[in-house]
Design a protein around this ligand. Structure first.
Ligand code: HEM
Length: 380
């Protein structure tokens, strides 16, 4: 075959199919490392034969997620949907998740106080209590016979906490009343503020319902809990460090959310105008998938990225597990607080926790889905 024919074939060849498959267990698809080295802004083919741009370097992902020439509106032509279900869901009434400025911030700011770090701090005792109660119930039942940790722990922790949020305790209502009053410049009457609270709670309820309406396995915090348990068992030295000093849970969770990107398909946009990224011309109406999973393993930002090391020296560089820019996860501090309580407590209460099966037999979600574990039999 002549060189020209090969070159023509290469230039006209169909882009690779996306999402890429994980090669095994929780390992990110191998294509990401190859593309970071050879073609960081490239085209991929989606389920319906349409094409989108795939961006894999940390700096480019940050630039995509802060570029106001790109849109999150899923109703725009060219927004990269990853399956037929996504395309159908895109027609639903949008929440702020899928809005652009200025509506995005107007609506996001209504729920933001509820998820703000200082408010989450007030919830820590409730979160800790939820974790303790679930583990105490497991201890009462005994751990000599195999127990499924997904069913008994990693699924109920985030679900109970979110339902706890929806059955909002009185002190939170008071807190929200204050927020509303402040928002309306102190002029709201008590009744108006109470009405606004009801709206606010309905709104949060809808948001959460939408996330829970997806298959159970998509509950993202659940995915992170499971990955964390398996990862610790695979790194006994770091597990011993954490057992000896549970305050390491914070740095452990930080590394966990870098190493295993539980929400690896959410950060997608569509170009509103023509733009150029790393010399590639992206036209208005073309979709962009900014891979936070790949960015979290970018060797230019995280040396030795495929090694799990909770003691890794970190500077100001940010891991992108919760996204970046104005759409960064509104519930990040809640998710982190849950995970910190889980990993600060689990191996204190169940120090002899062991998997029943070898690592090679752990049952993972389908290789093209977000990484999750379907069941995790343990003894303790
Ligand atoms: C460990 C758990 C979680 C991870 C890793 C995670 C990850 C993410 C990521 C990557 C984004 C950015 C999407 C984008 O830029 O397009 C995001 C946004 C969002 N997340 Fe999370 N999330 C988690 C838990 C939660 C929970 C528990 C909730 C709700 C109770 C939640 C609600 C949201 C919302 C509403 C947004 C959209 C924010 C906006 O558009 O302004 N997340 N999340």
């Amino acid at each position: 075959m002549s060189t020209t024919t090969v070159a023509t074939m290469l230039s006209t060849s169909t882009p690779p199919r996306f999402p890429f498959a994980r090669p095994a267990a929780a390992e990110p698809p191998a294509e990401y490392a190859r593309l970071r080295a050879t073609d960081p802004v490239s085209k991929v083919e989606l389920w319906d034969g349409s094409h989108a741009w795939l961006v894999v370097k940390h700096s480019d992902v940050c630039s995509v997620l802060t570029d106001e020439r790109l849109s999150k509106q899923r109703t725009r032509h060219g927004f990269p949907e990853l399956d037929a279900g996504g395309k159908a869901a895109a027609k639903n009434k949008a929440t702020f998740v899928d809005m652009d400025p200025p509506q995005h911030m107007q609506q996001r700011s209504m729920v933001e106080p509820f998820f703000a770090p200082d408010h989450i701090d007030t919830m820590r005792p409730h979160i800790q209590n939820t974790v303790d109660s679930l583990l105490d119930a497991m201890l009462r039942e005994g751990g000599k016979k195999p127990v499924d940790l997904v069913e008994k722990f990693s699924l109920p922790v985030p679900s109970y906490i979110i339902y706890g949020i929806l059955g909002v305790p009185f002190k939170d209502l008071e807190y929200l009343t204050q927020c509303n009053a402040i928002r309306s410049n102190g002029s709201a009457t008590a009744t108006e503020a109470a009405g606004a609270n009801k709206q606010l709670l309905d709104y949060i309820g809808n948001l959460v319902d939408q996330r829970l309406a997806k298959p159970k396995d998509d509950l993202i915090s659940k995915l992170v809990v499971e990955q964390g348990i398996v990862t610790l068992l695979q790194h006994p030295d770091q597990l011993n460090d954490l057992k000896a000093d549970p305050s390491l849970a914070k740095v452990f969770v930080e590394e966990l959310c870098r190493f295993h990107t539980a929400s690896a398909m959410a950060t997608r946009r569509v170009a509103k105008v023509n733009i150029t990224l790393r010399g590639k011309a992206i036209k208005a109406g073309e979709g962009i998938i900014a891979s936070n999973q790949s960015a979290n393993r970018d060797e230019e930002v995280f040396p030795d990225p495929d090694t799990f090391n909770m003691h890794r020296i970190r500077g100001s560089e940010q891991a992108l597990g919760y996204g970046y820019g104005s759409h960064r996860c509104v519930a990040e501090w809640l998710a982190r607080a849950e995970l910190e309580a889980v990993f600060g407590t689990l191996f204190q209460k169940l120090p002899n926790l062991k998997l029943v099966t070898p690592f090679s037999e752990v049952k993972y979600s389908a290789p093209t889905q977000n990484v999750g574990i379907t069941e995790l039999p343990i003894v303790f």
